[in-house]
Every structure is written in structure tokens, then in C-alpha cells.
Design a protein around this ligand. Structure first.
Ligand code: R1P
Ligand code: URA
Length: 292
């Protein structure tokens, strides 16, 4: 028999809510939209017919409500896969751990987790203000090497091709890969580009941006743009997708990441009104999510 999970490992606050998110099991839906920016939570929940729960702790803002009869939550993650480690584990705990007994529930609940974020394009044909659905998350950030992530044969072959074509400085990254949920991605086709999203452990040098710090890997953009495996190409990079896909796989959830392209790094263009483009992505995507 499994052990009761100790107070030091699974932390609840004084109202019996999971520590970082400050959410109780009954306050979370099984379809969850994640956003990086806490201010974007309200931009999503304004499309709900009714909001029944709001919580707010550190960078983690949660609203739960309904569109028609569909119950949805929207949760902000803040930036980076260190935060994704916290958010995905706590969402999973809310669904799959009994908060009273501290035992794992017998029947696993599979969540739908959909990121609505922003990203930089690595393909000159994907313009700013376009939307990209990530077919794969390819992590350079080192979160998933801490978990037992099982890869398919195709994913393993893609990782081998990546290590042959993209020469990272030894010790800088331990690349990992996980695919999107096709059950979710099949709903997001018209009006969305599709491709591999690279998840980076930072915004500047880890995405090839040189301000005053010199880059250890000045060929990064060129190598990522040139990468190919069968028909798969890298379209964009950001800071959460691979963590969501990888940890979603480990924990047994269906995950999808959708990004508004706010910068095209090949053309060196930046959106003139990224906020409006993000708002359009939210409207278009939430309408689809409400029907899934
Ligand atoms: C960097 O500015 C942030 O923007 C992107 C990156 O992944 C990173 O979190 O996503 P969000 O706009 O969803 O935060
Ligand atoms: N977010 C990123 O991480 N990179 C970009 O270029 C734009 C948004």
C-alpha cells in the first residue's frame, strides 16, 4: 500500500488550500487555461459567463467559472519552467490527491491544460501577431531531467537529430522533448501555425539576445532555424511549453501550448500592438476551448 504524503512534502495552508496556488480541490475545473502574466487571467475570465472563484497568491492568480455549462479555470504561472514545476504539480495534486487523507486517489483524473502565451518566431514566414500551436516542446531548461519522462521512438529519434544538428556548449543544457496532446491540437488548426517550440531557461542569452553580456552560443538562432527532422521544423521559442508538455506526460494530463508571436527574431520585427494580438488569440481560442 502507498504511504500517506507527509505535511513537509505536500503543503496546505490554513484554509486547506494547496500552498502556492492557494486553491482547494472544489475551486478548480478539469479544463485549465494557463497564462504567464497574472494580468492576463482577467483578460481570459472576462469571457466567462460567471466567475465563481478567485484566488491570488504571489504570481499565481486563479479564476474559475463557466461559459455556458462548461466549467473552466484560468491560472497564471509567472515566467519559466521552475514555476511550471510548481503549477503542474499543484494542479495535479488538486485533482489526484485526497486533501483530507493525503493519499493518492484510486482513479486518476486527466486534466486538460492549455497555455495561452507569447513567443518569438524563429521562422521568417511566421509574422508577428500570428498564432502558433506547439506540436512538440523541446526543452533546453533542465526541468524534465529531474523526472522520469518516457519518450516515444519518434521523440527519441528527434532528440538524436537535435543533438547532431544543434551543438550546445557542454553542460549548458540537457535537451528533452514531449509532444502535444493530439486530442487537443486537432481543434486548433484554421488560423494557427504549427511547429516545434523550444523552451529556454531565460529571455536574453538563452534566446540569443545580446545586450551587454556576451553570448557563449552566438549561432543559436541560426542552428535552431536550420534544424529539421522529417517534416518537423522549429517555429518559435519561449519559456514554459516543454515543461508543461513533459510534466503533463509524467503526470498523465492532456496539454497544449498556443502562443501569440510578438517578435520575429529572423526578420528582427516586433509587434506594434502585441496586447491586441494576445486579446484576439484569447477570444479565438477560448471560444474553441468552451466547445471541447
Ligand atoms: C517572457 O517575456 C515571457 O513571455 C512568454 C515567455 O514564455 C515568458 O513567460 O510567455 P507569457 O507571455 O505567457 O509569459
Ligand atoms: N517570450 C519569449 O520568451 N521570447 C520572445 O521573444 C517573446 C516572448
Amino acid at each position: 500500500m502507498q504511504d500517506r504524503i507527509a505535511e513537509s512534502e505536500f503543503i496546505l495552508n490554513s484554509r486547506g488550500a494547496v500552498y502556492h496556488l492557494d486553491v482547494r480541490p472544489e475551486e478548480l475545473a478539469t479544463t485549465i487555461i494557463t497564462v504567464g502574466d497574472p494580468d492576463r487571467v482577467q483578460q481570459v475570465s472576462q469571457h466567462f459567463d460567471k466567475v465563481e472563484h478567485r484566488s491570488n497568491h504571489r504570481e499565481f492568480v486563479t479564476h474559475t467559472g463557466y461559459i455556458g455549462s462548461k466549467r473552466l479555470s484560468v491560472v497564471s504561472t509567472g515566467i519559466g519552467t521552475d514555476n511550471i514545476d510548481i503549477v503542474l504539480n499543484e494542479l495535479d495534486a488538486l485533482a489526484n490527491i485526497d486533501f483530507n487523507t493525503r493519499f493518492i486517489k484510486q482513479t486518476p483524473v486527466r486534466l486538460q491544460i492549455i497555455r495561452l502565451g507569447t513567443s518569438g518566431a524563429l521562422n521568417e514566414h511566421i509574422p508577428v501577431d500570428a498564432y502558433v500551436v506547439s506540436s512538440f516542446g523541446l526543452g533546453l531548461d533542465n526541468l524534465l531531467p529531474w523526472y522520469e519522462l518516457e519518450n516515444t521512438a519518434d521523440e527519441k529519434a528527434m532528440l538524436v537529430a537535435f543533438s547532431q544538428q544543434v551543438t550546445l556548449r557542454p553542460g549548458s543544457a540537457n535537451p528533452y522533448l514531449a509532444a502535444a496532446s493530439t486530442d487537443l491540437s486537432k481543434h486548433f488548426q484554421e488560423g494557427y501555425h504549427t511547429g516545434i517550440t523550444v523552451t529556454c531557461p531565460g529571455f536574453y542569452a538563452p534566446q540569443g539576445r545580446a545586450l551587454r553580456g556576451r553570448l557563449s552560443h552566438p549561432q543559436l538562432l541560426e542552428q535552431l532555424t536550420g534544424f529539421g527532422f522529417e517534416s518537423h521544423r522549429i517555429t518559435n521559442f519561449e519559456m514554459e511549453t516543454a515543461g508543461i508538455y513533459g510534466l503533463g506526460r509524467v503526470l498523465g494530463h492532456d496539454c497544449l501550448s498556443i502562443s501569440t508571436i510578438v517578435a520575429n527574431r529572423i526578420r528582427q520585427e516586433f509587434s506594434k500592438d502585441g496586447a491586441a494580438a494576445v486579446q484576439r488569440m484569447i477570444e479565438k481560442s477560448v471560444e474553441i476551448i468552451a466547445e471541447i
